[in-house]
Design a protein around this ligand. Structure first.
Ligand SMILES: Cc1cc2nc3c(=O)[nH]c(=O)nc-3n(C[C@H](O)[C@H](O)[C@H](O)COP(=O)(O)OP(=O)(O)OC[C@H]3O[C@@H](n4cnc5c(N)ncnc54)[C@H](O)[C@@H]3O)c2cc1C
Length: 391
């Protein structure tokens, strides 16, 4: 163990929460600074891949999360006419391997409890909007003008629209907003299944059902950001009819949700900043690599970032740990961010041609065992670069 450090983590999401637990258990003095006035998760559910499961297992938190989540054996996608596009199976990679559909609230409460038990100081309603970095320490300021610090290190775990990413990369922070996003909610489904079930109409419409445990599923409905208001104006009954036409199986969830107020909208963003650290500031999670959620990797990458940074801080001084962290995490996060950037238009775009090409190519690719394996390794989070694990 190196010298204990005073560490401020901006953002209590997946990356910030997991990192806080790891660092506090390693003996560092950790303060979590969170913008929200109340602790709690945002959004319905996500896929915990084998890569992310390993990290939670190292923290001793995996069993608790898995018990309250749904085992996901397969990722399946269909066209509106019922033709199968993909059938990716975790069990083909290793016996017993699977993903988990996790309610965000479950992971969050587990991390919150572990952080409190490890002695992390949690400060809420602290939206960080200023940094003063010197040779000897670093301080941050929130929008209300309150100062926090001095710290030896500030970690920017402030999500896809990270303020700290912009601070580190004032001229080019590699950020691009997608014109698409999705409405998200969750509800009960009587016939639980073991797959992420997606239905696509061309590249213009994508619906998904992800079991998230305790009889619940997360429902998502992809759409253009500028189509949200017109959809609301057409009314919920009309939306229900659109869902019924694409995937009648989703109707019980849509009926339980009952109104647009019960659905949240998330717009997607891609960001791969040039700099992920300075002397005393470093980025993790979406702040370091924001991507569209089509590959289901962001939360898993956030956990892997946290593990890597905590491990390197335990092995050596700050000025060695931060460059090594950036180097070690670069290939995997760039690979998945670029892959999701490449593939997203095939699932959500205005192009009929891309939707048509996807419907033609995906079943052929999935029928070819080597290609299918590359896809299965990538979604499991086990393929970490275009040339990684090519056999
Ligand atoms: C619709 C959707 C579906 C997704 N599905 C999946 C999936 O299936 N699998 C998967 O792995 N990933 C998925 N993701 C991605 C995943 O949610 C993110 O990658 C993951 O949450 C990133 O964790 P994070 O800790 O970096 O950021 P977040 O979890 O977003 O946490 C950031 C935290 O920082 C706080 N914050 C922001 N700004 C400030 C500030 N200035 N000061 C202080 N605090 C601040 C926020 O309030 C928040 O609490 C999905 C994302 C979306 C939008």
């Amino acid at each position: 163990m190196t010298e204990p450090l005073r560490i401020g983590i901006c953002g209590f999401g997946v990356a910030g929460g997991a990192l806080a637990v790891m660092l506090a258990r390693d003996g560092h003095q950790v303060t979590l600074l969170e913008r929200a006035p109340k602790v709690g998760p945002v959004g319905a559910g996500f896929l915990l891949q084998p890569s992310g499961q390993q990290i939670l297992a190292q923290l001793g938190l995996f069993e608790t999360v898995a018990r309250r989540s749904a085992r996901i054996e397969r990722l399946e996608a269909f066209t509106e006419t019922g033709r199968q596009l993909t059938d990716l199976r975790y069990g083909r990679l290793a016996r017993g391997m699977c993903a988990y559909g996790v309610q965000r609230g479950v992971l969050f409460s587990v991390l919150h409890e572990a952080a409190a038990a490890a002695g992390v100081t949690i400060t809420l309603a602290a939206e960080i909007a200023g940094v003063v970095e010197t040779e000897t320490d670093v301080r941050v300021r929130d929008v209300a003008g309150r100062e926090f610090g001095p710290f030896d290190l500030i970690v920017g775990s402030d999500g896809s629209r990270s303020w700290l990413r912009t601070w580190l990369n004032p001229s080019a922070n590699g950020r691009r907003e997608y014109i698409h996003g999705a409405l998200w909610g969750s509800g009960r489904l009587d016939s639980p299944h073991d797959a992420l079930h997606q239905v696509a109409r061309s590249a213009r419409q994508l619906l998904g059902l992800l079991p998230i445990g305790e009889g619940r599923v997360a429902f998502f409905w992809g759409l253009r950001c500028d189509a949200l208001d017109p959809l609301r104006q057409r009314g919920y009954a009309s939306f229900r009819e659109e869902v019924a036409a694409l995937c009648p199986r989703a109707l019980p969830v849509v009926d339980e949700l009952g109104s647009f107020e019960q659905l949240s909208f998330a717009g997607y963003l891609h960001a791969l900043p040039r700099r992920v650290h300075s002397r005393r500031v470093v980025l993790t999670g979406d702040a370091a690599h924001a991507m569209s959620p089509h590959l289901g990797q962001g939360a898993n990458l956030a956990l892997l970032d946290a593990e890597c940074l905590a491990r390197l801080l335990a092995q050596g001084p700050l000025d060695e740990a931060l460059p090594r962290y950036a180097l070690e995490r670069r290939a995997h996060s760039r690979y998945l961010a670029l892959l999701s950037q490449m593939l997203s238009p095939f699932f959500q775009s205005d192009s009929r041609l891309l939707g048509w090409g996807r419907d033609l190519a995906l079943p052929l690719l999935c029928a070819e065992p080597w290609m299918r394996r590359q896809m299965e390794l990538s979604v499991a989070g086990l393929k970490r670069g275009f040339f990684d694990r090519l056999i």
